[in-house]
Structure formats: structure tokens, C-alpha cells
Design a protein around this ligand. Structure first.
Ligand code: HEM
Length: 451
């Protein structure tokens, strides 16, 4: 931020990391050139350290492979499929609320609670497996997910950990090997089991006589996970091998839980700092649900308009992915500068979202910025928490639905108060934007407040 404020007249800054130029973009206009391009779709070298885990799944692949996969995977995020996940979001939110009940009246860090909840959600929606991370915090798989996040981050920031041959000599190298065997072993096992279930169901289908083929079979149909859709799309290995399936499932696991966890946490932090906003959210929740504690439906989601504006405004101030990168495969002209082939271009939504031209009083938390009448005419690249253009986030709708259900579930039961102010909260720019010391909250039961 300091570099930008001091040097960046056109919101473009050049840094040298040894002999490698790195260009950071902090404006809607610069982001548009990069993100709207069909040519600038290669990821920078920063993503290399993710590959031991995700191989070249949708996030890290490029060229023809990326094009084919994107086409294949886009239908798996169809509205109709996401509708099926509402139940998972509700069930896991209910577990979260139970766990938070134990914290009422105490000062505590809510971050780990939310993260375990989103991990449970993604395991069930991506793989169709309930790992019960919220109750079983000692799970080897959960620990391996965290350790891998830490290792990726360490390699991105420490040059001596970057060459593979050198990295292997460090204790982190052995730790990565151990984590990968747990992570890949688990996904491989789930894929094997799920494929066997598919074969069994296919066989049952054939065995079912025409006269009893309908209701009995349909009622036994399990809820579909992304993995099931990938198995179907794989056409018995002709289109996708087991390894191909694994890299996509692992990519969803990686991209799909920490990002939403951070976003939910930042929303809670900001709402807990602004009683007037919390009051409006409460009014909306009462209007939609009254006193009932029934599960949230798809129809309710479109009623929670103010909550959605709060979520979007929180993602503006604290974008879960604070920086993302592209590598230039040919020279490009950005904001009047010719940038050379091979350069890494970093898009920095944390800075883009603070442009006073598009967001006056940029540090203020103002959900009304996202009211339909206030969005009109805003530069389309002024707000890019999910990136934009051909390589935008495929999970955007999934994330918004999950966030709404988790937040609404918490805010229907509890009044929240943040114990830290935004100006006092140290941030960590890791793969994800995190509060260094967590999000400290105080909860009160709403029913007690009403009595
Ligand atoms: C608040 C939550 C989320 C945020 C802020 C977010 C943000 C982003 C961003 C900024 C990118 C572009 C990254 C880059 O260019 O390097 C991205 C890509 C991606 N995201 Fe998300 N994401 C979220 C949730 C999810 C979820 C829930 C899933 C899956 C279930 C997901 C799956 C992906 C995938 C597969 C890509 C790569 C797409 C491609 O390159 O074609 N994301 N996301």
C-alpha cells in the first residue's frame, strides 16, 4: 500500500525480485486489460508450489487443457446442482451454531470455527463424504490440508525453498511428502469407493423391472457431489482418468474452503463492528423467517438482499484472495506502459477496491454501495474479488450461497460484537487474506435479548 501510495501515478508499479520483473496492478483500468484478455490466461510462477497437491487442475492449468476442463466443469456449477447443496449448507451451519452456543458470553476467536464448518461443507459437496471436521478436529486429513497451505505459502515467500531439489532437503520437504500421501490417498480412496457405488447403482438400474422403476429407485438416490458429476463426465476413463478427476476434486478442496471461510469471517467482523448494519440485517432476517428456526431455502436466499450487500461489501474491503497473478506470454500494453513477455503481473483487488473514484470514503463499510441503483455505471473491473473475464472464479455462486446460509444461521441466533476495530487489526497477505490474530467476537443469544 505504501509503495502504491508513493509511486504509483497510474496504479502500475514495477518491482524486481532479483532478475525477475513483477508488475502490480491497482486500478480497474489496468485490471480490465489483463483480465478481459483471452491471451493472458497463464498463471504466474507463484502457482508452481500448489502443483504438487493440485497438479494441473482448473486453477493451475493453461492452454487447451484449461479450455477443455473449463467447458467440462462449467455445467457442474449449474443453478440446479447448487440447489441440492442447500441442505448441506444448512446441516453444517446447524452444527456450527451448536458449537458457537458453547461460546456465548465469552471472548473468543471465531476463525477456526468457521474454517472447520466450510471444510465440512466442501468435503461433502466436492466428494460426497462427511469428515465431520467440526467435531473431529484431530482428523489427519484436516491437518494435512492446513499444513499444505502453510508449506505453499512458505515456498512462495522464501527463495531458498523454491528449487525442488533444495526444498526436498529441508524438513518442510519431508512434511510435504507426508501430507501429499494423506491428501492424495484420501481422494484416491473416495474416488475408488464412489466409482464402485456408481457401478452398483448402474447395475441396480438395469435390474429394476420396468413396473417398479420409478419412486423406489428415485427415493434411494444419494445426493450428488461434484465428484459424481466428474465420474459421469469421465465416460469410464475415456474423457477423464482417475488422476484427472483427482486434480479437479483436490482443486475444489483447496479453492473452495479457505476462501469462503475468510469471507464469512470478514463479514462477521465488519457486521460486529457496525451495530446499525447488524440491526438492518436482523430486521431482514425477522421479515423472512419470523420467529421460526426452519432451515433456509433457495427461495429465502433471494430475499436476503441486504445480507448479500454486506457480504459483497466485506469482500470489497477484505477480498479473500488479495492478489492473483498472470504471466505475460507476449508483450502487453497496460495503462501506457509496455510490459515485456515473461513478466509476472499481479492483480491486487485489495488496492483496486479502494479507489475513491469508484468507492468514495473507501475504508467505510457501506453495504448500500451494492444496492442496484448504486452499482449502475460503475466500472465493471472496479470490483473483482472473484477475478473476472475468462478465468474468473467458477465457484462464485456456490460461495455466495454458502456464505449467506452460514451467516444467516449465525445471525438468526446470536447478536455479535467485534472486540477489535479494523484500524487495529494486523492483516496477513497469504494465499488468503487473514487477520493475524483471528477474529475476536462476543456472542449473545437473541432470545435472551428479546426477553
Ligand atoms: C468467497 C469465496 C471465493 C473467492 C473470493 C474466490 C476467488 C477466486 C479468484 C480471485 C479466482 C481467480 C484466481 C486466479 O486467477 O488465480 C478464483 C478461481 C477459482 N475458484 Fe474461486 N473463490 C471463492 C470460492 C470458490 C469456491 C467455493 C470454489 C469451488 C467450489 C472455487 C473454485 C475456483 C476454481 C476452480 C478457480 C479456477 C478457475 C479457472 O481458472 O478457470 N472458488 N476464485
Amino acid at each position: 500500500m505504501k509503495l502504491f501510495n508513493t509511486w504509483s501515478k497510474k496504479s502500475v508499479t514495477r518491482l524486481w525480485i532479483g532478475p525477475f520483473p513483477m508488475i502490480t496492478i491497482g486500478s480497474a483500468e489496468g485490471a480490465e486489460v489483463v483480465l478481459s484478455s483471452n491471451k493472458i490466461i497463464d498463471k504466474g510462477p507463484e502457482y508452481d508450489f500448489i502443483q504438487p497437491w493440485l497438479a494441473t487442475g482448473l486453477l493451475t492449468s493453461t492452454g487447451q487443457k484449461w479450455h477443455q476442463r473449463r467447458k467440462l466443469l462449467t455445467p457442474t456449477f449449474h443453478f440446479k446442482i447448487l440447489e441440492d447443496f442447500v441442505q448441506v449448507f444448512n446441516e453444517q451451519s446447524a452444527v456450527l451454531v451448536q458449537r458457537l452456543n458453547e461460546k456465548v458470553g465469552q471472548d473468543f476467536d471465531v476463525f477456526p470455527y468457521i474454517t472447520l464448518c466450510t471444510l465440512d461443507v466442501i468435503c461433502e459437496t466436492a466428494m460426497g463424504r462427511n469428515i465431520d471436521a467440526q467435531s473431529n478436529t484431530d482428523s489427519e486429513y484436516v491437518k494435512a490440508v492446513y499444513n499444505m497451505g502453510h508449506i505453499i505459502q512458505a515456498r512462495q515467500t522464501r527463495p531458498w525453498l523454491q528449487p525442488d531439489w533444495l526444498f526436498r532437503l529441508f524438513p518442510l520437504g519431508s512434511e510435504q511428502k507426508r501430507c501429499l500421501s494423506i491428501l492424495h490417498g484420501f481422494t484416491d480412496q473416495v474416488i475408488r469407493e464412489r466409482k464402485a457405488e456408481h457401478r452398483k447403482i448402474g447395475q441396480q438400474r438395469q435390474d429394476v423391472s420396468p413396473e417398479k422403476d420409478d419412486d423406489e429407485f428415485v427415493s434411494k438416490k444419494p445426493r450428488l457431489a461434484f465428484l459424481d458429476l466428474l465420474i459421469e463426465a469421465s465416460q469410464d476413463g475415456k474423457v477423464l482418468s482417475d488422476l484427472d478427476i483427482r486434480e479437479e476434486v483436490d482443486t475444489f478442496m483447496f479453492e473452495g474452503h479457505d476462501t469462503t471461510a475468510a469471507a464469512i469471517n470478514w463479514s462477521l467482523f465488519l457486521i460486529g463492528n457496525h451495530p446499525e448494519v447488524q440491526e438492518k440485517v436482523s430486521e431482514e432476517l425477522t421479515r423472512v423467517f419470523g420467529e421460526s428456526d426452519r432451515p433456509i431455502t433457495m427461495a429465502d436466499l433471494s430475499e436476503l438482499k441486504y445480507l448479500e450487500c454486506c457480504i459483497k461489501e466485506a469482500l470489497r474491503l477484505y477480498p479473500s484472495v488479495p492478489i492473483y497473478a498472470r504471466e505475460l506470454m507476449e508483450d502487453a500494453n497496460i495503462c501506457g506502459y509496455t510490459l515485456p513477455v515473461g513478466a509476472s503481473v499481479l492483480i491486487v483487488p485489495y488496492i483496486i477496491h479502494r479507489d475513491p473514484i469508484y468507492f468514495p470514503d473507501p475504508e467505510g463499510f457501506k453495504p448500500e454501495r451494492f444496492f442496484p441503483e448504486n452499482i449502475q455505471g460503475r466500472h465493471p473491473y472496479a470490483y473483482v474479488p472473484f477475478s473476472a473475464g475468462p478465468r474468473n472464479c467458477i465457484g462464485q455462486q456456490f460461495a455466495l450461497m454458502e456464505e449467506k446460509i452460514v451467516l444467516a444461521s449465525v445471525l438468526r441466533r446470536f447478536q455479535i460484537k467485534s472486540l477489535d476495530k479494523p484500524e487495529d487489526l494486523p492483516l496477513l497477505v497469504e494465499v488468503i487474506l487473514r487477520p493475524r490474530d483471528g477474529i475476536r467476537l462476543q456472542l449473545t443469544h437473541k432470545t435472551l435479548l428479546n426477553n
